[in-house]
Design a protein around this ligand. Structure first.
Ligand code: SAH
Ligand code: SF4
Length: 398
């Protein structure tokens, strides 16, 4: 695992606000103990207490001397985000509402499948990018989550699921690759909750390093996925910070259509996005391929011609394609395509030689399917109000 650290060292110069040990990656935890004049092994010891044993009181770290615990307590604490609501779906999925320091709430979702448990993690309260089919985007933007707020979602989900008696997901996957050093209910992470992870780059990189760190969650790099709508300069920086898997939210086979539904495409068009993604994937080697996500919206991007164009566009880009039938939400007039158009679209790509999956909708009885995550965002922009007014008056937002 690459361990370059994305942010400045922890600031121990003031006691006004204590350092939250929950959000320190291994290198930062080592820097923390160096400041206290302690040996680096204290860092892995502390990571294990917090992330593997679930300890939240420094005093409970019983193999650390009382004197050192006192020193730690003077400048640091372990502070978790607050879980304010828990919803359990009839299909075994769970959704939790997590309150973050900015006062907003975000959502995280657990999806159990045979041999694996996936946690869909949020990176921002709201999202500034406003893709036309996304409920999160309609809420505007409030704040970036801190490292502790991102990794705290995984911490909580593991605790909660263990409490429900959910068994650890398989320790080894089909190919014999290790899934987790310390098997727990969650074997896979997708950064597909609320927000654009690459617009909260430093915090997300540190959280990813904890997910994959053996002293913390020890998840396999193949099972931790960053999903992005295409922040090209950030994709170009990725290789220096992580070797996690990459999913690209493409949703259209040409710039004209993509710019209409994924506005960031006007800034970073498809050609640049595929170039940056392909550069990143080539640094990973080991025959790893990117996932192309394509939300199918009736009458917008689901025509047979779109499938043919997509097959042509991606012919030199090693990838798998994941089709996501649009999940409806109240502020959108878009519709999910019929099963036959979904299957036609899939067939065209399949015949062109692609591995194609269609994401089955999970947990929509608790509003936790892709693109339905909303939390409660204290919008800094005026976007959420504009959309609400537009829906009320049934007019089109410009
Ligand atoms: N901002 C990142 C990650 C969060 S969105 C990104 O855009 O990739 C996670 C995935 O859900 C994306 O592929 C997104 O396009 C998809 N999605 C958003 N709204 C959706 C909806 N209403 N129905 C189905 N998929 C949706
Ligand atoms: Fe943001 Fe992703 Fe939703 Fe687009 S799809 S608005 S990038 S969260």
């Amino acid at each position: 695992m690459r361990t370059q650290t994305a942010q400045a060292e922890p600031d121990m110069s003031t006691n006004e606000e204590k350092i939250n040990l929950l959000g320190l990656s291994l290198p930062k935890m080592q820097a923390f103990f160096a400041e206290l004049g302690e040996k680096p092994f204290r860092a892995s010891q502390t990571l294990k207490w917090i992330h593997q044993r679930g300890v939240v009181e420094i005093d409970d770290m019983t193999d650390i001397s009382k004197a050192l615990r006192e020193k730690m307590k003077a400048v640091a604490e372990i502070k978790l985000p607050l879980i304010t609501q828990e919803l359990r779906s009839s299909d075994g999925s769970c959704k939790w509402i997590v309150q973050v320091a900015s006062g907003s709430s975000v959502e995280m979702v657990y999806i159990p499948e045979a041999g694996r448990g996936t946690l869909c993690v949020s990176s921002q309260a709201g999202c500034s990018l406003d893709c036309s089919f996304c409920a999160t985007g309609k809420q505007g933007f409030n704040s970036n989550l801190t490292v502790a707020e991102v990794i705290g979602q995984l911490w909580w989900a593991n605790q909660k699921l263990a409490g429900f008696g959910v068994k650890p997901a398989a320790e080894w996957d089909e190919s014999g690759a290790r899934v987790a050093q310390n098997p727990r209910p969650i074997s896979n992470i997708v950064m597909m909750g609320m927000g654009e992870p690459l617009l909260n780059f430093d915090n997300v990189m540190d959280a990813l390093s904890l997910m994959m760190e053996d002293q913390a969650y020890g998840l396999s790099k193949r099972r931790v996925t960053i999903s992005t709508s295409g922040v090209v300069p950030a994709i170009d920086r990725l290789k220096d910070f992580t070797d996690a898997s990459l999913a690209i939210s493409l949703h259209a086979p040409n710039d004209e259509l993509r710019s209409q539904i994924v506005p960031i495409n006007k800034k970073y068009p498809i050609k640049e996005l595929l170039r940056a993604s392909s550069d990143y994937m080539s640094t990973l080697g080991e025959r790893r391929v990117a996932v192309i996500e394509y939300t199918l919206i009736a009458g917008v991007n689901d025509h047979r011609q779109h499938a043919r164009e997509l097959a042509e566009l991606l012919k030199n880009f090693p990838c798998k394609i994941n089709l996501i039938p649009f999940n409806p939400f109240s502020l959108s007039d878009y519709k999910r395509p019929s099963n036959s158009s979904i299957s036609n679209f899939r067939q065209i790509l399949h015949e062109a030689g692609y591995t194609v999956t269609v994401r089955t909708t999970r947990a929509d009885d608790i509003g936790a399917a892709c693109g339905q995550l909303v939390g409660e965002v204290g919008d800094n922009t005026r976007r959420s109000q504009r959309y609400a007014d537009a829906a009320a008056q049934r007019i089109t937002v410009q």
